[in-house]
Design a protein around this ligand. Sequence first.
Ligand code: SLL
Length: 152
Amino acid sequence: IKRMKGLSLARPIIYGNSATPLNGKKGGDADHTHRWTISVRGVNNEDISYFIRKVAFKLHDTYDNPNRVIEKPPFEVTETGWGEFDIIIKIHFNPISGEKPLTLYHHLKLHPYEEDGLGNPWPKQKPVTSYQYDEIVFNEPIDSFYTILQEN
Ligand code: SLL
């Protein structure tokens, strides 16, 4: 294998969650208060599967099968629940890359902390979101992976 000496390439991603209150509607369980989606995606929703092979989301142990492995885009999990907790996100790259998986952490946000920032109460049905931008840097990538990154 040949590495691209002295070169590095970065690819942006967005990861995080949105959540909406169930307001007594059908949830998985009577005590569930919110429906939420945790996701890893491209910045303009572009396809990221050319460099990301799969994403594992490790949920709180109160969930059945807390380790959710998503093998194709969209890399996301939708659930219902009642509480906030830390989700461990493990990103596995295209096997051609030889890159080790990358672990990220996201605190699932369900509650708006009551205000919109202007002193107004949060509208009841408005989704609460918590997303982060990040850039994944590949240092001295393997030449065939470098080509794939450049072509996409
Ligand atoms: C807490 N740190 O103790 C949090 C834990 C756990 C959230 C929150 C249950 C899902 C289910 C659920 O929402 N767990 O019933 O399967 O407050």
